[in-house]
Design a protein around this ligand. Structure first.
Ligand code: DC
Length: 229
């Protein structure tokens, strides 16, 4: 296996900072796999909502997760894909209902322990870019490169609002901003796996940058590692 395949990159940050788009493009450009850890928490929230499970009940959520297969890979066109119990779920994971439920689900220690174990297993062979909230601090503390992407609340809300609008969800900007601010609080304030910048992560503020500029900035840090390996 070449050194290039083994590079491990962690990308963390709050909702709407551009993590997933940036991480996806960096993975593509370096020939690495993209792993969206947030999609795993979303998948559990989505399935729990479908089953009518009480989202405050850790026992039930943990039992549900134990019976749930979550596979992150790519479709034949190379686009990231997520399958839950063999069924491909796409935009349903980004619905306002899942947005509202996911922080609750992600706040439980036993849910997180199982997710983190699965994420480490997926990254074990290397060659991955994984994005999330606790990747550089907890899931992959030995990652070769760690980035922490941030942006103003306004910029993040506008991005999420555009995304939701393009997906056909009718929502107003203020509601999205409130929802993101609330989720920030839950993500940063929870006792287990809180959103934190790792001390060795490179901080990148994306407020005034377009995505491609941010991608190029990350690649400038990555390329020497790729070339050296
Ligand atoms: O990145 P995202 O918006 O798809 O993440 C969805 C939720 O999952 C978010 O509220 C925080 C949580 N999450 C987490 O707790 N840990 C991660 N590694 C990734 C996401």
């Amino acid at each position: 296996m070449s050194g290039r395949r083994r590079l491990v990159i962690a990308v963390d940050g709050p909702a709407g900072a551009g993590k997933s788009t940036v991480a996806k493009r960096v993975a593509e450009r370096l020939g690495l796999d993209y792993l969206d850890s947030g999609a795993m928490y979303r998948a559990l929230a989505w399935k729990a909502l479908k089953r009518g499970i009480d989202l405050r009940d850790e026992d039930q959520l943990t039992a549900l997760l134990a019976k749930t297969s979550i596979v992150l890979d790519s479709d034949p066109q190379g686009r990231p894909r997520i399958r839950v119990d063999g069924q491909e779920v796409g935009e349903a994971l980004r619905s306002p209902e899942v947005n509202a439920a996911v922080s609750l689900v992600a706040g439980f220690a036993r849910v997180r322990a199982e997710m983190v174990a699965r994420q480490r297993e997926m990254a074990a062979a290397g060659g991955v870019v994984m994005d999330g909230r606790d990747i550089g601090t907890n899931v992959l503390p030995n990652a070769d490169l760690k980035f922490f992407l941030t942006a103003s609340l306004r910029a993040r809300a506008e991005r999420r609002w555009r995304e939701l609008r393009d997906q056909g969800f009718a929502v107003d900007l203020e509601t999205v901003a409130e929802e993101i601010a609330h989720r920030d609080q839950l993500d940063a304030g929870r006792a287990v796996g809180p959103l934190r910048q790792a001390p060795d992560a490179i901080l990148i503020d994306t407020t005034d940058s377009d995505i491609e500029t941010v991608v190029e900035e990350l690649l400038r840090y990555c390329r020497p590692r790729v070339c050296r390996s």
